[in-house]
Design a protein around this ligand. Structure first.
Ligand code: NDP
Length: 291
């Protein structure tokens, strides 16, 4: 039976550490760290995410500045807002909630963020540095950073281990794979065109699943003793629950926990880490701004 990696507890510890550091900064007469959120349009999921990020900021003493633009905002309006936030000394971090409405050029908006304020780590320079030897990004994207923190608990050194990443998205799969390479793992990246997926997964000492397919990874796919980090958050119908659904990961948890050496649950694994890492990045941005 696998060790259960309690992401909720780890995230709480990180939040408490951030709160302590923020209090120390303020006591030392420095400016309170500040995070600006930019929400374009009325995507309900994005509204929920932004709200929970603002709430988490308040809990650790980080100021948040919420900016909402209409769904039909122009590219220039969004970039002008980002430019104002770049120039605002009270704002240490800028988070543009993704996805943006389709008429907007996401890459150009992310590029407009000053890299010292890129607490989401999606500025093309930060991502580019992640992919280059001997260069360090200023900020690492939050979910991938959370994955690495959880992995480090079960496997402090990843040197030479076989790591398999399921998914190659810009926000999870690819940055996780780059981070694993930087940690000297031997990395295989799988995606929708990968052949013989179960056989590839069976080679993994470390498996990170970020595909968005409910319980896709079965127990028979997993090497005994492997460390399994499940990033997936999927809704499956469950008439027995008042809300009519439950959340499951990309990994068939009940099967895989019997085989793996360690596993993250869903919910309560990677999910809570994302906001914790955002708070940590915002604190770092404030520390860089006021050494
Ligand atoms: P995307 O849909 O952007 O990417 C999914 C990736 O999985 C793609 O690379 C795709 O391949 C690959 N894939 C899809 N189907 C298969 C398959 N059958 N076999 C192998 N690979 C497949 O998703 P995200 O990366 O944004 O998110 C992944 C999951 O993580 C989702 O469940 C999401 O909800 C969750 N998530 C959780 C977060 C958190 O914990 N805070 C944050 C972000 C995401 P291809 O490239 O070929 O299309």
């Amino acid at each position: 039976m696998a060790q259960i990696i309690d992401g909720k507890a780890v995230a709480e510890q990180i939040r408490a550490d951030v709160a302590r550091e923020v209090a120390l900064m303020v006591r030392a007469g420095k400016q309170q760290p500040g995070l600006a959120t930019v929400l374009v349009g009325e995507n309900p999921a994005s509204q929920v995410y932004v709200k929970s990020k603002q709430k988490a900021c308040a809990e650790v003493g980080i100021q948040s500045f919420g900016h909402v633009l209409p769904a039909n905002a122009s590219q220039a309006e969004v970039e002008d807002l980002v430019a104002r936030l770049n120039a605002d000394p009270e704002v240490n971090g800028i988070l543009v909630q993704l996805p943006l409405p389709v008429h907007l050029d996401e890459q150009q908006v992310l590029k407009a963020i000053q890299i010292e304020k890129d607490v989401d780590g999606f500025h093309p320079i930060n991502i580019g540095r992640l992919a280059q030897k001997g260069r360090d990004p200023l900020f690492i994207p939050c979910t991938p950073a959370g994955v690495m923190e959880l992995l480090a608990l079960s496997m402090p050194s990843l040197e030479g281990v076989n790591a398999v990443v399921l998914g190659r998205s810009n926000i999870v799969g690819m940055p996780v794979a780059l981070l694993l390479v930087r940690a000297n793992a031997t990395v295989t990246i799988c995606h929708s065109r990968t052949k013989n997926l179960p056989d590839v997964v069976r080679q993994a000492d470390v498996l990170v699943a970020a595909v968005g397919k409910a319980e896709m990874v079965r127990g028979s796919w997993v090497k005994p003793g492997a460390i399994v980090i499940d990033v997936g958050i999927n809704r499956v119908e469950d008439a027995s629950l008042p809300k009519g659904y439950r959340l499951v990961g990309d990994v068939a948890y009940d099967e895989v926990k019997e085989v793996a050496g360690a596993i993250t649950p869903v919910p309560g694994g990677v999910g809570p880490m994302t906001i914790a890492m955002l708070l940590k990045n915002t604190l770092r941005a404030a520390q860089i701004a006021q050494p």
